[in-house]
Design a protein around this ligand. Structure first.
Ligand code: SER
Length: 584
């Protein structure tokens, strides 16, 4: 086995795919840009959904990248050897081009020929079939052939396992392009570790039913951190060169040695820095709340480790140094990342004080405690009081409790809460499905008009720092030290509405990124675009009102937008202002 650094592994992957005719595309933001159906991009395929459904991609029909991903579902799992909330997923896609044989050949060749994995330790799994789709016998035959070409006689039931839908079917949360998949495994000390997944997308899941997609796409994904763990022969992802410098810093700051807490801090501060770099600030709802939860969880574990001073800044400095080369947004947002983390840390220290007051109220005059109303969970969820600390406090106050019963009721309250959040996120997805609809398309175009108007009225320092669209409103973050005056707001609204009334055409043209950069005035996040980009022009091409690089979709004429109104302006810290606006 070659000991490869994670940057080398990523490079080898992208080169391997380039050799096989793939265009390397940049990682998208962690915050889904045109699709609010999930809070964060959780798989490499997510930003590519429109193309997997049929829209032509400027990069062609063979694409590959390393996409930063975040899986909120794994937050509670963090602390073991392999789970992380944020990670990079190596991915390659065939958009109605090659299919199973070439896909699996590319995958196996990457692991064996490029990373030097031992073919004897590799095995695979395929879909065994159900009422929606037949058994994937084709992949079984392909695997037999690929193994046999490398001198191995592979048998079904041994090296090739047939597994049910739970294991070998992949679809994005809530539906979309999907199909049976084939996973590749590597054996480490008797355990099989999944190292990659080829999804064969031939179906479309919509309203809980499957229909043929009319295309044969391939979606491969493999976690870079797991590959690094295997290549570097270390027992956990935290000891790979991805995380080691951060882990060492956390260990150095800690008084106690609790492996799980060290890992949680490493993971959560890294995830927080990545999220902030993509334009999110801590808050009370949705992705802002997830960011807050990650930061607070890290701080609580900091306390368990005996870290008394503010520490998130010091850890985040290492995170930024560590990943800036591949995620330049970390470096360009260095100060805001550090300040936002520290502010949140100070606020949370204050909250912990309030939590203690709540604790006093809850347990005053109590002799025996059963946790019948899930009080410990409320202290945890609202005030960030870990159950363990609550139990210690109870003991020190001489309150009787049956630990098992208290824990059971805590668990029950937690599950009720999870059920509520699941229901909430289902609702969110339903809302998101309307996104491809007309209304959010209108908001997309309105955002371009707003940005151009801000640029004209407030000044040339304006660019899009972040944007979010729902079917209810648009939201735009932009750099400006002062809040806009009432007069400026009025001027901006008037300018947008004027363009709407002028019935301006909206057209796009594909061009080289370099050519595009010469035309557009406020291109932010330059590094996220591929080599060929779409430039949307609003107004006459000779003297356009707005020109922006954007993936779309947009309305064809501004007359379809209705009346534009700014409903809110907020300060989101570090010289960034936020505007929310509606179309009436
Ligand atoms: N989308 C699949 C996954 O996340 C393969 O990339 O596993």
């Amino acid at each position: 086995m070659k000991s490869l650094g994670y940057l080398e592994i990523r490079e080898l992957f992208l080169k391997h795919l380039e050799e096989k005719g793939h265009t390397i595309i940049p990682s998208s933001s962690l915050v889904p840009e045109d699709n609010p159906s999930v809070l964060f991009v959780n798989a490499g395929m997510f930003p590519l959904i429109p193309y997997l459904l049929g829209e032509p991609h400027p990069g062609g029909v063979r694409l590959a990248n390393s996409q930063r991903c975040l899986r909120t579902i794994d937050i509670e799992e963090v602390g073991d050897a392999t789970h992380c909330t944020t990670f990079e997923m190596l991915g390659n896609w065939s958009i109605n081009d090659y299919f199973k044989e070439e896909a699996l050949r590319i995958t196996l060749s990457f692991f064996v020929d490029k990373l030097g994995f031992d073919i004897n330790k590799i095995s695979s799994s395929v879909f065994k079939g159900n009422e929606d789709a037949p058994k994937d016998t084709e992949s079984i035959e392909i695997w037999k052939k690929l193994f046999s070409e490398r001198g191995i006689k592979a048998q079904v039931g041994e090296r090739i396992r047939e597994l049910p839908k739970e294991d070998n079917w992949w679809e994005p949360e809530g539906g979309g392009p999907c199909g049976p998949d084939s996973e590749t495994f590597y054996e480490i000390d008797g355990n099989l570790v999944e190292i990659g997944n080829d999804v064969f997308m031939q179906y479309l899941k919509k309203d809980n039913t499957y229909s043929p997609l009319g295309k044969h796409n391939v979606d491969f994904g493999g976690g870079l951190d797991r590959l690094a763990m295997i290549c570097q022969e270390v027992p956990s992802v935290y000891e790979t060169d991805i995380y080691l410098p951060i882990l060492k810093k956390v260990q150095e700051l800690s008084k106690e040695h609790i492996v799980r807490s060290h890992r949680i801090i490493v993971d959560h501060i890294k995830a927080s820095a990545w999220i902030i770099a993509d334009g999110v600030v801590p808050g009370r709802t949705q992705r802002e709340y997830i960011l807050r939860r990650l930061i607070r969880r890290a701080i609580r574990h900091g306390r368990s480790l005996g870290i008394e001073n503010l520490f998130t800044r010091q850890v985040a400095e290492i995170v930024i140094n560590q990943f800036s080369a591949v995620h330049p947004l970390l470096e360009s947002n260095r100060e805001s990342i550090l300040n936002i983390l520290e502010d949140e840390e100070k606020k949370f220290n204050q909250t912990l004080g309030n939590g203690l007051k709540e604790f006093e109220k809850t347990f005053r005059n109590i002799k025996e405690f059963k946790n019948e109303n899930g009080e410990t969970f409320r202290l945890y969820e609202t005030y960030g009081f870990p159950l363990e600390i609550t139990l210690e406090e109870l003991t020190s106050r001489g309150i009787d409790y049956d630990e098992e019963l208290v824990k059971k009721n805590h668990e029950k309250a937690y599950e009720e809460h999870q059920e509520k959040s699941r229901t909430a996120s289902k609702g969110l997805f339903k809302g998101g499905m309307a996104d491809t609809s007309e209304i959010s398309t209108r908001y997309h175009t309105a955002t371009h008009l707003l940005l151009a108007s801000l640029y004209n009225i407030v000044g040339p320092h304006i660019y899009q720092k972040g944007s979010n669209i729902t079917t209810e409103r648009l939201r735009l973050d932009f750099p400006n030290d002062e809040k806009l005056t009432d007069k400026q707001i009025e001027q901006v609204e008037d300018m947008v509405n004027e363009q709407i009334q002028k019935s301006l055409p909206v057209i796009f043209k594909e061009m080289d990124k370099e050519e595009a950069m010469k035309i557009v005035k406020y291109a932010a996040f330059e590094d996220k675009y591929g080599d060929i980009v779409k430039v949307y022009t609003i107004g006459s091409p000779d003297s356009p009102f707005s020109q922006e690089i954007c993936g779309g979709p947009h309305v064809e004429n501004t007359k379809d937008l209705g009346h534009f109104k700014i409903v809110k302006q907020e300060n989101v810290g570090a010289g960034i202002k936020r505007i929310k606006a509606v179309l009436e």
